[in-house]
Design a protein around this ligand. Structure first.
Ligand code: B82
Length: 324
């Protein structure tokens, strides 16, 4: 019987960090407006790199810092809604670049829940006993998908990537319980990247709908209703309480969401790890960037129990109780 052991977290973000004041030269907004509504002060925005470049950097760091060679990797999963191409997958570009010649590779598209979904999928591969080592990455270049004239959305998002290295283990289990769900009836609440059909036979030309759009109020209500329920669900499944949990690491969407979730769960805001002040909302990359930062700052010790919880486009949500 095998389980998944997480042996490391790493992240990579582009160097170009843009403050709220700098953005207010581009669109009619202000540091005060952005910070009080979102908790964001700055974000990293790509100048030349694409999603695969971020993910390749994370994969290389995971291998180097954990003394694992590329040939020993069996699985590469990249969670992204901003791939370089629709085909090939970003994971295949990573696989080729790092020389993981024995690995299968594919992307998953679950927006801001993507990293938690990808960890869950990798966990099932490793539990099967057929595969040994997995690289799981969340990587986004959201700046490609944003209408830079829309002051309501362009201030919210950032670019970057983070990931984890997992190995199959007979004596350690990092994934204690999980709750993964979807509600496609509300898919229009967050949309982006619509591809028009321009074949010569199409009767109706569809309106252009490429840029990321979000109904702020609806998704805020969705998140504040769903996340506390999902967190309670995984606690119940593992038969523990929040007292046994060191940190909750939520998708970094908006600090107001986290305030409401903390209140509903009856815990202090201090239990939540937040870094959206520095990175903005990086969708599938937000949770692994936070985990890598926590790991680097020695906030995570072996045996600590933490909760990761993603929520976003689909609509989708995914919570997981993780033992470091
Ligand atoms: S907002 O609607 O403008 N608002 C809440 C009422 C500001 C206080 C808003 C803003 Br600004 C930014 C993000 C959200 C939000 O609810 N985001 C999400 C909710 C669910 C799932 C994903 C997200 C996300 O932003 O990724 C609301």
């Amino acid at each position: 019987m095998f389980n998944s052991k997480i042996i490391g977290f790493e992240s990579y973000v582009p160097q170009n960090s843009i403050t709220n004041d700098e953005l207010s030269k581009l669109v009619d907004t202000s540091d005060e407006w952005i910070y009080t509504r979102t908790g964001i002060s700055k974000r990293c925005l790509s100048t030349k790199e694409n999603t695969s470049d971020f993910a390749i950097n994370v994969a290389k760091k995971l291998l180097e810092n954990n003394n694992v060679s590329a040939e020993d990797i069996d699985i590469i999963i990249v969670a992204t809604i901003t791939p370089d191409y629709l085909t090939p997958s970003t994971a295949c570009i990573v696989q080729g670049n790092i020389g993981a010649k024995n690995a299968l590779a594919f992307d998953i598209n679950v927006a801001c829940s993507g990293f938690v979904y990808a960890l869950s999928v990798a966990d099932k591969f490793l539990k099967s006993g057929l595969y040994k080592n997995a690289i799981v990455i969340g990587a986004e270049t959201l700046s490609k998908l944003i209408d830079w004239k829309d002051r309501g959305t362009c201030v919210l998002f950032g670019d970057g990537s983070g990931g984890a290295l997992l190995t199959a283990s007979k004596d350690y289990n990092s994934i204690l319980s999980e709750d993964l769900k979807a509600d496609g009836t509300s898919f229009k609440a967050i949309t982006g990247g619509k591809i028009p059909n321009v074949n010569p036979f199409t009767e109706e030309k569809e309106e252009e709908d490429f840029y990321l759009q979000m109904n702020g109020r609806d998704v805020f209500n969705f998140a504040t209703k769903t996340v506390p329920k999902s967190v309670n669900e995984i606690l119940k499944k593992a038969n523990i309480t929040l007292d046994d949990v060191k940190y909750i690491v939520p998708h970094q969407a908006n600090s107001r969401i986290v305030e409401v979730v903390a209140k509903k769960l009856g815990v202090s805001l201090d239990k939540f790890y937040l870094n959206l002040q520095t990175y903005g909302n990086t969708s599938a990359a937000s949770i692994p960037i936070a985990l890598a930062e926590m790991s680097k700052n020695k906030l995570l010790q072996k045996g600590d129990k933490i909760i990761i919880t993603g929520f976003g486009g689909g609509l989708t949500w995914a919570s997981m109780l993780v033992q470091i």
